[in-house]
Design a protein around this ligand. Structure first.
Ligand code: GLY
Length: 558
């Protein structure tokens, strides 16, 4: 009896220890979770100076352009989801656009085959950048501090330099050959020796461009000196972006997708991201099932999620594209009844087969780079932002004298409708290339409310895996009651219709669960990290951050 009592005490103690180990710091006033410590510091500095979440977001976006050149950017684009302290919501689309001279078959050879090199690398891969207009637009509408003040941290980081992390040194060295190929006269990220952790990266050209943006707003980027440098770079490498394309670029406020999961309100990104609709479809697929009882990554949970993903990604390939060019059947895709109909034909005793699954009755190559930041302030406002150059370091091509890299977002179009892209996603007509159109994205910046109050801010990079990573992190919090850091840290898995495989991070599933799924016919494929989720949970005592340990991600608050 004594022994049993002792064992129970030990178990209780271990339980308490484990819980305590997972309880993150709680901040009463504000929090920034981003992919780089220096960017989180820049955001925190702005919050502490009395700025709101939008001011901090602008500071973080520009800081990431300096300290995370693989994905942070001024030469790319992104999506922002905003929620005010009083619960008003909005989303900003600052996605890149196809240049005016772009055309449907621009990446096909004379036999109609895709020339991957052209849509992925070099000048032709770049869409018209949206980030600078997006930040100006956001600040004009919701900012509190002066534009000049919020630009300053990024300018200082570019001018004075910062120490690169070990992971960054590795990435820069890995990309060296590509940088040299596409930038024969060099640029800030190429140096004579290899990069080492702790090396200072100083970017005077980028600092100069940021100062032009600070002093001239839009005209500092879309006109004058910077625009001229972009155009001359396009001429050097046969790119399509013109003076007219730059002058015409405008980010757009779009009505958020607002959905329900149990007693939670989900506020997320509408098209041209597929992320918001797909996230709601996944949540609708899960809602009728007792996933909480089944448990985290139990075989039934995994099977349900995989079968939901199979069907949702099939729909994505056909029905989603830029809403300014294509009529997305949003209402139907978002209806609970539609999704339950989609799930009706799956059987628990065996896997479905993706080639048997077509879109419901009524995708494209995506890189896993990109970056996400989540911010909440002392006033109660929050923002969720995912921003990208598409691939790591975008097109690998810099506008050298302006100090920034161009995106390779054109590759997110269906380069050849109907054919799988580099990541196996199938693209449809809805996402075919047209001049001035925005390419389909998977970015899923999301904010969640409960009982009219802020509950969670979440998002991630990861190309096609973005949607599943956001979905699984939400289930980890809502269904499996995981503290936010643990919800972000635990291993993930992914299925995207085609290829018909379940991709697993290390230790995502137990051997027993794997065997059950293999017996039912699922093909399990191990792979590297899935996503880099940066999230915030609002508790009664304040904000808690979940910064993904898969990267250099950092949560800072006060
Ligand atoms: N380029 C990644 C995405 O937009 O989803």
């Amino acid at each position: 009896m004594g022994n049993i009592f002792f064992a129970i005490l030990c178990l209780l103690y271990i339980g308490v220890e484990n819980v305590n180990a997972q309880v993150p710091k709680t901040y009463k006033n504000g929090i920034v979770v981003s992919a780089h410590p220096e960017a989180s510091k820049a955001g925190l500095q702005i919050l502490k100076a009395g700025g709101n979440a939008v001011d901090a977001a602008v500071a973080v976006q520009f800081a990431l352009a300096v300290v995370l050149p693989s994905a942070g950017n001024i030469g790319g684009g992104g999506f922002l989801v905003y929620r005010s302290a009083s619960g008003k919501t909005n989303t900003l689309d600052y996605r890149e656009k196809a240049p005016g001279a772009a055309s449907r078959n621009m990446y096909l050879d004379s036999n109609g085959n895709a020339i991957t090199e052209k849509s992925l690398y070099g000048h032709l891969a770049a869409g018209v950048p949206g980030t600078v207009d997006g930040m100006i637009n956001t600040h004009l509408k919701y900012g509190k501090l002066k534009w000049k003040q919020i630009m300053q941290p990024a300018i200082e980081l570019a001018e004075k330099g910062f120490a690169i992390t070990e992971a960054q040194a590795g990435e820069l060295n890995k990309n060296r050959d590509a940088f040299e190929k596409y930038n024969p006269s060099g640029f800030a990220l190429i140096k004579d020796e290899l990069w080492n952790a702790g090396d200072q990266l100083i970017q005077p050209e980028l600092a100069h461009t940021l100062k032009l943006i600070r002093d001239k707003d839009r005209a500092g980027f879309y006109e004058g000196e910077t625009a001229a440098l972009i155009i001359s770079e396009m001429k050097r490498g046969g790119g399509l972006i013109t003076k007219k394309d730059l002058a015409a670029y405008r980010s757009v406020w779009r009505k958020p997708i607002v959905g329900k999961y149990k007693d939670f309100k989900i506020i997320t990104m509408p098209p041209p991201s597929s992320g918001g609709i797909a996230l709601m479809q996944l949540l609708h697929s899960a809602e009728p099932f007792p996933v909480k009882r089944w448990g985290f990554n139990a075989d039934s949970t995994v099977q349900l999620i995989v079968e939901a993903e199979r069907r949702v990604y099939a729909d994505r390939s056909v029905y989603l594209g830029d809403p300014d060019f294509y009529s997305v059947p949003q209402e139907q895709l978002l209806s609970l009844a539609y999704q339950m109909g989609r799930m009706r034909d799956f059987q628990w005793n065996r896997t479905s087969v993706s080639t048997d699954i077509k879109e419901g009755n009524i995708t494209d190559r995506e890189s896993e780079e990109t970056t996400h930041y989540s911010i909440a302030d002392s006033y109660g406002n929050s923002v969720s932002v995912t921003t990208t150059l598409n691939g790591a370091y975008g097109s690998k091509t810099a506008v050298k004298e302006a100090g920034f890299l161009l995106n390779n977002e054109m590759d997110d179009f269906s380069v050849k409708p109907g054919s799988p892209n580099m990541y196996g996603l199938i693209g449809g007509e809805a996402n075919a290339i047209e001049p001035g159109k925005r390419m389909l994205s998977s970015m899923t910046p999301t904010i969640i409310e409960r009982n009219g109050k802020l509950f969670m801010v979440v998002g991630t990079p990861g190309g096609s895996t973005i949607i599943t990573s956001v979905f699984q992190t939400i289930l980890n919090v809502i269904e499996f009651s995981k503290p936010i850091q643990e919800a972000v840290t635990v291993p993930r898995f992914h299925h995207q219709w085609l290829p018909d495989e379940v991709f697993l991070e290390t230790d995502a599933l137990t051997e027993k669960t794997k065997n059950i799924l293999i017996q039912k016919g699922y093909k399990l494929t191990p792979r590297g990290p899935i996503g880099r989720v940066d999230a915030i949970l609002k508790t009664n005592s304040g904000y808690q951050g979940g910064a993904d340990p898969r990267g250099d991600d950092t949560s800072l608050g006060y």
